[in-house]
Design a protein around this ligand. Structure first.
Ligand code: HEC
Ligand code: HEC
Ligand code: HEC
Ligand code: HEC
Length: 363
């Protein structure tokens, strides 16, 4: 939706225009600063939050769920009416040549009763950030985006943002050499942890990377890993000096954003570092048998972390928050019940009492 029809709730509730308060800029896209979660975000194994974020940031909001779930191709094929052929079965054609499209059984099987940990971790609890591919796969909650001012570029959405080019190799090289060119001949030797080591056209590789047979790389050493550069000549201006940069691209692009709990806890969730990681988030946050009438079926069990601002005991409308609904240490290790006294599955946790007594902790 384009302003003046709206700019979030301000525009919905007040009649601002470019000339009357609250001075909404006509022609700008209305984009609430909120990610809308669909059911598959949590319940579909393999959901890709970063892809969904690309479409949300491009302003193509109606395509975000399909990009996240991968149920549809971003380049719709006529044959499947946009559905991703790997995800659907086609029924027999009727007299008019129409076919039913249904989800493959394997896709339906990926819809899980209790959301897999990986789904929660799309937004919470980074895995680690050992290297650049890890940063992309295990640390980010949204995609980096670059402003592209080329109105004729079919890949540019209403907000003018597209995914930027990246190169995992170029930052580590001296600026006297260029990073390896990744093309159709060497593609497979440049796969790192499921990602291509370099992708996209940059100011350095425009003449060598075409997107069809060459995919990325050939960037100047010391540049990247994500490229937010575009010369002013791209927007039809005459450069005052060679390579003069378009400041708008530098300022209006979006840097990648870490997952929420990085800021809250500075913590990572890695297998092998805590005996409890093997239970996944579900072990403590789901099936908690809570009696709290405000906890709905999709509400993960919650603690008392005031820094989250939603467990501070405050009233939201007629409801209070749903804190104290998570399984606590003693729920599994001592009492076998949740804070309401209802029995929970304690996953055969060892009783801590004897060990605590020996250490003088129960005195
Ligand atoms: C924030 C992640 C999240 C989203 C989004 C979400 N759910 Fe859930 N859902 C959960 C969690 C967590 C549970 C398990 C809660 C528990 O047992 O404590 C659950 C449980 C359920 C259950 C109960 C399954 C059972 O057999 O007990 C159903 C049904 C369900 N969700 C359907 C939906 C639908 C439909 C939507 C979209 C409207 C949706 N969910 C969106 C997280 C989510
Ligand atoms: C699309 C992103 C997203 C997904 C997926 C998601 N969450 Fe959240 N979650 C959030 C946001 C945003 C908040 C609100 C944080 C705040 O206000 O501090 C939140 C709040 C919470 C809270 C309360 C935290 C607090 O600090 O008050 C818990 C617990 C939680 N989520 C656990 C889960 C679990 C378990 C799953 C998987 C079933 C899950 N979340 C899936 C984004 C997500
Ligand atoms: C061993 C049990 C356990 C496991 C496993 C676990 N959590 Fe927690 N988590 C807790 C407890 C207990 C708290 C509440 C701490 C408090 O009261 O402040 C908590 C707090 C949180 C919070 C902060 C908000 C809040 O409610 O205080 C988030 C977000 C969260 N967990 C997400 C996750 C995610 C995502 C996973 C899976 C990757 C996970 N947790 C796995 C027990 C667990
Ligand atoms: C969902 C149930 C559950 C919750 C909640 C839980 N634990 Fe555990 N915990 C277990 C299980 C099961 C084991 C045994 C794992 C193993 O040895 O393979 C364990 C093991 C442990 C151990 C190692 C004990 C030993 O003898 O080696 C410690 C310490 C521990 N938990 C502390 C905690 C603390 C502290 C909390 C709260 C933050 C907590 N646990 C919450 C289930 C739970």
């Amino acid at each position: 939706m384009i302003a003046p029809s709206g700019w979030g709730s301000v525009a919905m509730n007040q009649d601002g225009t470019a000339n009357t308060p609250p001075y909404i800029q006509n022609g700008q896209l209305m984009m609430p600063n909120v990610r809308e979660m669909d059911c598959l975000f949590c319940h579909f194994q393999g959901y890709n939050n970063v892809m969904s974020s690309v479409f949300a940031q491009m302003g193509i909001l109606n395509a975000a769920p399909m990009a996240g779930a991968g149920l549809m191709d971003s380049c719709p094929t006529v044959r499947h009416s946009g559905y991703n052929a790997a995800m659907v079965d086609l029924g027999p054609k009727d007299a008019n040549g129409m076919q039913t499209v249904s989800l493959k059984q394997s896709v339906v099987d990926n819809i899980k009763r209790l959301p897999p940990s990986a789904n929660c971790q799309q937004c919470h609890s980074p895995n680690n950030m050992k290297d650049l591919p890890d940063m992309m796969n295990g640390f980010l909650s949204s995609a980096p985006m670059i402003l592209n001012t080329n109105a004729n570029n079919p890949m540019v959405g209403p907000t003018g943002l597209i995914m930027p080019a990246y190169d995992f190799n170029s930052p580590w090289l001296p600026n006297t050499v260029k990073s390896p060119l990744v093309d159709a001949t060497n593609l497979y030797s440049y796969m790192v942890k499921g990602l291509l080591a370099a992708q996209g056209s940059t100011v350095y590789n425009r003449t060598t990377v075409n997107g069809m047979t060459s995919f990325g790389g050939d960037n100047q050493g010391g540049s990247g890993p994500i490229f937010y550069e575009a010369p002013v000549t791209d927007i039809g201006l005459t450069a005052d000096y060679p390579g003069q940069q378009n400041q708008n691209v530098l300022k209006k692009s979006v840097v990648p954003f870490p997952r929420a709990d990085w800021f809250k806890r500075g913590d990572a969730w890695q297998a092998g570092q805590d005996v409890h990681t093997m239970f996944g988030c579900a072990g403590c946050h789901m099936d908690t048998n809570s009696s709290n009438p405000d906890k709905n079926q999709c509400d993960p069990g919650r603690g008392f972390d005031g820094s989250g601002t939603i467990e501070d005991g405050s009233q939201i409308g007629t409801k209070i928050d749903t804190r104290n609904t998570v399984k606590r240490c003693e729920s599994c290790h001592v009492t076998g019940t949740n804070p309401d006294g209802n029995t929970v599955d304690n996953l055969n946790a060892p009783d801590a009492t004897a060990a605590h007594q020996r250490a003088g902790l129960t005195a």
